[in-house]
Design a protein around this ligand. Structure first.
Ligand code: NAD
Length: 457
C-alpha cells in the first residue's frame, strides 16, 4: 500500500526557508483560517451533526471557541512574538538580557472525536501564530469532520506548510515514526502513553491533553436548583462525551434526595419525556463505546434513564445510585451520559476519596462557603477547578487549560497556546565594554578580594 504520510522533510525544508516566520504572514494565515471557518460554518455544523448528532447550538460552541482563540491571538500576536527585555544580573553589567520567542519547526497535532473540529483547530492557531509548519491527524471516528477539515485546509494552504492526513491508528503510528519538533495530542490517557513513548525515541517534546474522572462535589450550602441545572447541562452536553464533564457526583447526604429530584426535573425539562426524540441530545460516537457504556448499566440502582438503542447509539441521560467505589463504573473515565451519585457526611471524606485517585482534569465544587472552597482548593490537585458551575472555566482564555499527573502534560488556550508552540530562547547581549578581567586565570589570590562583591550579584 502506498503511504499517505507527507514527506516531513518537505515541511522541514519549507520551514528552513523562513517563510513561516514573518509576523505579517502569520497574521495573514490566521485571517485566512478565520475566513475559512466563517465561510464554512454551515458545513462544519452539518459534519458535527453527521458524526455525533451534535445539536446546532453545541456545534456552534465549537466554532465560537475557535473564533475566540483566533481573535484573541490576532489581537495579541505582535506583543507575544516580540523579544522581551528581562531583568539582568548585576554581574553582567554592562549588558542586556532578552527572551526571544522562536518557532519550533514542524509540529504534529493529533485530534480526538468528541470535539473533532475545535480540538484540532485550536492548537493549529497556536502553531501558525508561533511560526511553525503543521501536520494534522483528525480522528477517524468523526469521519465527516475529518474529511471537511482535510478538504478545507489541504485546498487552502500549501502542503509543505499545513497538511491534514486522514486515517486511523496505522496512520497515527506511521506519522509517529517521523521526527517532529513538538507533538500536540488530545485523547485518552492510555493512547497518551503510547504517543509519549514514540515521541521519546526522537526526544520530541509533547503536550498531552488527556482525560480522567473529573469529580463534582455538591455540598450542603448551595442553591439546589441552580446547581442541578448546571450539572445536568455539563454532564449531558454532547451526551457526556466531554473530557471535562463531571464524571461522578459526591453529594452531601443531607441534600441528596432534594438534589436528585431537581436533577430529574432538569433532565426532563432539557430533553423532554423521551430524550431520544430531543433535537438537543447527541449520540454515542460508535458501537464499541456504546457497548462499554451499556455495561455500566448493570450495576447500582438506575433512578433516571437507563434506556438505550444500539442502532442509533442512543443512551438516555442516566443517573445511578447505590454503587460502591469499587464498581466497574469507577475504574475508568465514563465519557458518556451516565452519572453515578455517591453520598458523604463530611467534606474531608470527599476530599480523601478524590486524593486516593489519579489527579483529574477538572474538579467541580458547588458550595458558597468560602472556607470549604479554600479547603478543596488547598487540599486537592487537578488540571482546573470550577466553583459553582461546570465546564465554563474552559471558555476563559486567560486560564491555562490542561491536566496534571495522569490527566495530561502541558497547557493551552490564549497566550498559553502560543507558548506551547514557541521556544523561549535566552539571549544575553554584551558589548566589548567593561571586561574587568577578573574571571580569567591565573586566579592567584583574587578570590578573597572577590568574595565580598559576590554577595551583590
Ligand atoms: P483516543 O485516545 O482513542 O484517540 C485520539 C487520537 O489518537 C485519534 O486521532 C486516534 O486515531 C489516535 N490513536 C488511537 N490509537 C492510537 C495508537 N495506538 N497510536 C497512535 N495514535 C492512536 O481518544 P478519543 O477516543 O478520540 O477521545 C477520548 C479521550 O480523549 C477521552 O479520554 C477524553 O477525556 C480525552 N479528551 C481530552 C481532551 C482534553 O482537552 N484534555 C479533550 C477531548 C478528549
Amino acid at each position: 500500500m502506498l503511504s499517505t504520510i507527507p514527506k516531513i522533510e518537505n515541511l522541514r525544508r519549507f520551514f528552513q526557508t523562513e517563510a513561516t516566520k514573518p509576523l505579517e504572514l502569520r497574521r495573514q494565515n490566521l485571517e485566512k483560517l478565520k475566513n475559512l471557518v466563517s465561510d464554512n460554518q454551515e458545513e462544519i455544523l452539518k459534519a458535527l451533526k453527521a458524526d455525533l448528532n451534535k445539536p446546532e447550538l453545541e456545534g456552534y460552541l465549537e466554532i465560537a471557541a475557535v473564533n475566540q482563540e483566533i481573535n484573541h491571538t490576532l489581537k495579541h500576536l505582535k506583543t507575544w512574538a516580540k523579544p522581551q527585555k528581562v531583568k539582568n544580573s548585576l554581574s553582567q553589567f554592562p549588558s542586556s538580557a532578552w527572551v526571544y520567542p522562536e518557532p519550533l519547526g514542524v509540529v504534529l497535532i493529533i485530534g480526538p472525536w468528541n470535539y473533532p473540529f475545535s480540538l484540532l483547530i485550536t492548537p493549529l492557531i497556536g502553531a501558525i501564530a508561533g511560526g511553525n509548519c503543521s501536520v494534522l491527524k483528525p480522528s477517524e471516528f468523526a469521519p465527516h469532520t475529518s474529511r471537511l477539515v482535510a478538504n478545507l485546509l489541504n485546498e487552502n494552504f500549501p502542503p509543505e506548510y499545513i497538511q491534514v492526513i486522514e486515517g486511523g491508528v496505522e496512520t497515527s503510528q506511521e506519522l509517529l515514526r517521523e521526527k517532529y519538533d513538538h507533538i500536540f495530542f488530545t485523547g485518552g490517557t492510555s493512547i497518551g502513553k503510547i504517543i509519549m513513548a514514540e515521541a521519546a525515541k526522537h526526544l520530541t517534546p509533547v503536550t498531552l491533553e488527556l482525560g480522567g474522572k473529573s469529580p463534582c462535589i455538591v455540598d450542603r450550602d448551595i442553591n439546589v436548583s441552580e446547581a442541578a441545572a448546571r450539572i445536568t447541562w455539563g454532564k449531558f452536553l454532547n451526551a457526556g462525551q466531554t473530557c471535562i464533564a463531571p464524571d461522578y457526583l459526591l453529594v452531601h447526604n443531607s441534600r441528596q434526595e432534594e438534589f436528585i429530584e431537581s436533577l430529574m426535573g432538569y433532565i426532563e425539562r432539557f430533553y423532554g419525556d423521551d430524550p431520544q426524540n430531543s433535537p438537543d441530545y447527541a449520540r454515542i460516537i460508535h458501537e464499541k463505546q456504546f457497548d462499554r457504556l451499556c455495561g455500566y448499566l448493570a450495576h447500582g440502582r438506575i433512578i433516571i434513564g437507563g434506556q438505550s438503542d444500539r442502532e442509533s447509539r442512543y443512551i438516555a441521560p442516566t443517573v445511578i445510585t447505590d454503587l460502591s467505589f469499587d464498581s466497574p463504573i469507577m475504574e475508568e473515565e465514563i465519557f458518556g451520559p451516565i452519572l453515578p451519585v455517591f453520598g458523604y457526611d463530611d467534606l474531608s471524606e470527599a476530599i480523601d476519596y478524590i486524593n486516593s485517585r489519579p489527579k483529574p482534569l477538572a474538579l467541580y465544587l458547588f458550595s458558597n462557603d468560602k472556607f470549604k472552597q479554600d479547603q478543596v482548593l488547598g487540599r486537592t490537585s487537578s488540571g482546573g477547578v470550577c466553583i459553582n458551575d461546570t465546564i465554563m472555566h474552559v471558555g476563559v482564555n486567560s486560564l491555562p487549560f490542561g491536566g496534571v499527573g495522569e490527566s495530561g502534560i502541558g497547557r493551552y488556550h490564549g497566550k498559553y497556546t502560543f507558548d506551547t508552540f514557541v521556544h523561549y530562547k535566552s539571549v544575553l547581549k554584551k558589548t566589548f565594554l567593561g571586561d574587568g578581567n577578573w574571571r580569567y586565570p591565573p586566579y592567584g589570590n583574587r578570590l578573597s578580594r572577590l568574595k565580598p562583591l559576590f554577595k551583590f550579584f
